[in-house]
Design a protein around this ligand. Structure first.
Ligand code: SF4
Ligand code: SF4
Length: 185
């Protein structure tokens, strides 16, 4: 009989939701207890880097970057190698961790666990299945229901699963307090 993968504690839902809302609004780093998971860096993802990210741009070789389609001049993407690994991923970790792009700093795969949106990348989806939130109050449970409903309602403007999940989290957090425009809109 197959042994199920161990679960990981995603945190108290209400606390996570409030912290995530603040992080999205203020552009703060996401504090994700990734452990030894490196799915973000090894799942054939393009990493967007904005022109104001001078620290990251100074450390990533220019030949690894190309103009980001649909963005103004100066916005670039970093691709991945034949294994689907980010070119800055070396010896099992990020070689520019302290200077990594904003895309990497702000990513939190728990938005998928909170919304039941399935990410496109199988290795990230596998990790997402293992997250478990705790619910300390009826308010937390109600907030989760709003997040799930927002995701189920769908967002035809979302370009991918990540954006759909993030928009659901933002719209549900703002429920009853007036909606704010999502920061990436
Ligand atoms: S998939 Fe989730 S747990 Fe894994 S590295 Fe990315 S953010 Fe961390
Ligand atoms: S820059 Fe670093 S954190 Fe970002 S995808 Fe590449 S290896 Fe991962």
């Amino acid at each position: 009989m197959a042994v199920p993968d161990a679960a990981f504690h995603a945190g108290a839902f209400g606390t996570w939701l409030a912290d995530t809302q603040r992080a999205i609004r203020d552009g703060l780093d996401a504090l994700v207890p990734c452990g030894d998971c490196t799915a973000c860096c090894t799942s054939s993802q393009f990493v967007h880097i904005a022109p104001d990210e001078t620290d990251a741009l100074a450390r990533i070789p220019a030949q690894l970057l190309f103009p980001a389609p649909g963005f103004p001049p100066g916005h670039v993407l970093m691709g991945y190698d034949e294994r689907g690994h980010c070119p800055m991923f070396a010896d099992g970790r990020c070689s520019v961790y302290e200077h990594r792009p904003r895309t990497c700093r702000t990513y939190d795969c728990r938005v998928f666990a909170a919304t039941d949106v399935v990410p496109e990348q199988p290795s990230i989806a596998a990790r997402v299945k293992r997250w478990r939130f705790s619910f300390a109050s009826e308010a937390d449970t109600a907030a989760h229901a709003r997040v799930l409903q927002a995701a189920a309602d769908g967002d035809t403007g979302a370009r991918n699963a990540t954006e759909r999940a993030v928009r659901a989290v933002v719209s549900a957090v703002d429920h009853g307090r007036g909606r704010e425009k999502p920061p990436y809109a």
